[in-house]
Design a protein around this ligand. Sequence first.
Ligand code: ADP
Ligand code: MG
Length: 569
Amino acid sequence: MKRNADIREYIRAFYQGNRLNFALALLFTVLSTGGMLFFSWVLGEITNIITAGSLERLGGTLRFSAVAIVVLLWVELLMYRFKARFIHQALRQYKDLAFSRLAGKNISAFSRENTGRYLSALTNDTNSIEENYLNRTLLLVFYCAMFVGGLAMMLWLSWKLTLAAGLLSLLPILCSLVMGKGLAVREQAVSDQNERFVSQVKDFLSGFSVIKSFKAEQAVTDLFQSANDSTERTKERRRWWEYLLTATAEASGTILQMGIFFYGAWLAIRGEIDAGTVLVTLNLCNCVIQPIQIIPQYQASRKAALALIQKLAQITRENARHAGTAIPPFLDHSISLSHVAFGYAPDKPVLKDLSTRFEAGKSYAVVGPSGSGKSTLLNLLMGSDPDYTGSIAIDGQELRAVDTDSLYDLMSLIGQNVFLFDDTIQNNLTMFRDFPDRQVDLAIKRSGLSAIVAERGMDYRCGENGCNLSGGERQRISIARALLRGTPVLLLDEATAALDNQTTFDVTDAILHLDGLTRIVVTHRLDAALMEQYDQIIVMKDGRIVETGGYRELMDAKAYFYSLFTLAA
Ligand code: ADP
Ligand code: MG
């Protein structure tokens, strides 16, 4: 597998500050294979003692064994201790890195991507990486050491018998090599299917109230069953392959052991070796065959786990915040659009040939029927997608070359979808930062939150995604939050849609009276008293700007805005 820079970063996260744990885990792993060799040796020794009938030798072997067992127990204990430490730190660092990469993504990434795959990458896949990558890396070393140790001891006892064992073991090696590849393919299929399953279940759960109110339980249950069925079927295919692999390995292992048994017996009868050697060799054969069977399997699962790491590396890289020129956190002159066109799909333009200017400190209303591209325009201004044509210049600096972090210091977008933490109103307003009380009070007043705060207090808990608040209250919190941030440019996308007429009026009026801010407000409420306050109204239709002007001017023109307005009234 080609390891690109992304995947290397994640592998490095396993070992960072963790090398000593890893090295000690390896050391004690290698030493622990001594246990297997020791028991083989005792087996041969006892066989020969029985044949010789020497009680004195028996006592000596007993004393030696007692000491060896204590030493071996300590070795094992230390091995597990350091292994646990290594894995703990490796997984923690791996997930932390993944999350910090996710947090560094572009704002729009999460509205467009399926979050199910992140969930699966940080949960299921991590379990698989622990087992198949971290654990098996250590186990691979264990088996390699066991192989080398076992083979060395066999050669020392009888090279003839070892040679025969070598020839016979070609069989299991071939089996493992051929079938191990198939396992990796099936392992990948299971992970892909799991990801689909998680995202489907997530959809079912998040759409629960819709499902209930439309009485769609049966249809959704059927969909779930079919998703469940294909998931289990994919797992079944992997399980079956695993079983086949084990079965073939066992069969060829038996052939090997039988071969050694009979050839060893023949050598012993001819007096070339003693009975103990036959038994020890037979026993050691396990130390040699097991690694041969297991190493390719483990290599395959390590590859599959690497593919999971690769997948994570890839999804955390997509839509990463794009670095560019940093712009200052203030607007001197204007944001100016010239022949801007944009579409989500290549052949379906959503915005067509937009040219307009948003001057610093002024307020703009963007109106138009639903689907005319208003939200797309605001998202584009927030740097959601650099793939537009034409030019969007912020004080002369082309938007697609702007560092998104610095852009977020210049503008905030208040949308219809409000995200609230399961925390207090205070923390949801300040987003865990410190602001002077006076500033917080002002934002609360302007966003129409005063009554709620007076009644419930700043320490009122909003609940999971704000479930303890009404839609209108949530919206006002998000408005207050943006006002508190105080970026010089404020974009509102139907941010008052969930508020009643009076509150909408009050909040919008307060925002229109914020001097010095550049405001671009998408609204579908065509209220004359508010419309009159905007410096300019931009009317959109089918992705184009069809009219611009002040309220009076547009009404007098009796064109598209006039018809929208009279229709709404
Ligand atoms: P408005 O806010 O004026 O109602 P939008 O900007 O949301 O309009 O949508 C304009 C058009 O772009 C619509 O046809 C809509 O279906 C399409 N659209 C919006 N968002 C996406 C998206 N993420 N992917 C593909 N098409 C989209
Ligand atoms: Mg919209």
